[in-house]
Design a protein around this ligand. Sequence first.
Ligand SMILES: Cc1cc2nc3c(=O)[nH]c(=O)nc-3n(C[C@H](O)[C@H](O)[C@H](O)COP(=O)(O)O)c2cc1C
Length: 206
Amino acid sequence: MLPDDLLSIIKDRRSTRKFTDKEVSDEVLMQIIDAGRFAPSNTNRQGWKFLLIKNDDLKEQMHKAVSDKVDEILDSMKSKVRYRAMRAYTKYFTFFKDAPVLIVALFTRPSVVAELLMKDTKRVEMISGELISVSMALQNMQLMTHSLGLGSCILTGPLLAYESMKTLLDIEDKYEICCLMAAGYPAEESFSPKRKDIDKIIEIIK
Ligand SMILES: Cc1cc2nc3c(=O)[nH]c(=O)nc-3n(C[C@H](O)[C@H](O)[C@H](O)COP(=O)(O)O)c2cc1C
């Protein structure tokens, strides 16, 4: 593959938030996950797991958990400005309900034994290694999704309802939820949010 081909896959990928009803086949889903599992990971631990949700009832229950939490937050807000901002954001936390597939990305927490063995390492550093690893897998998955003609969007907004989500999905204690990835065939063309110029994000140290 030429560098320009890779760059165009990277640059043309967009977060998709509206999907058609077209089903995403299990075969396509496996291609997406396969791209994820070849990502680099912390000491090659591959401490990730992906829940693939196509079940409408479950999506509906997850949606309700997030909507209830958002309502609770809205009810407790005193500032009108913040209230309006939160209300405007709500659709970005809840649109996942209409995605044909919802991928819940999990990462393993370091075990108690690992924490004892590495007691000089801060817990936050250990967790960040796992979180970076699953994030790299997700990036591979988003690019694969795009190259297969599908669209996707990463969501952390729904994690407002983190505890309800963990219970609903019956997630083992050793896992934390990284985010959701909504996927399906795009129903519309998404606009491209502007990127910061390169000189704004680098500092050359000679
Ligand atoms: C960690 C992370 C969390 C995100 N959470 C949300 C979210 O909760 N809801 C949403 O609509 N988009 C979410 N996004 C998508 C971003 O808004 C999007 O990537 C960004 O605006 C750039 O647009 P692009 O992906 O089309 O290039 C998230 C993206 C990342 C990487």
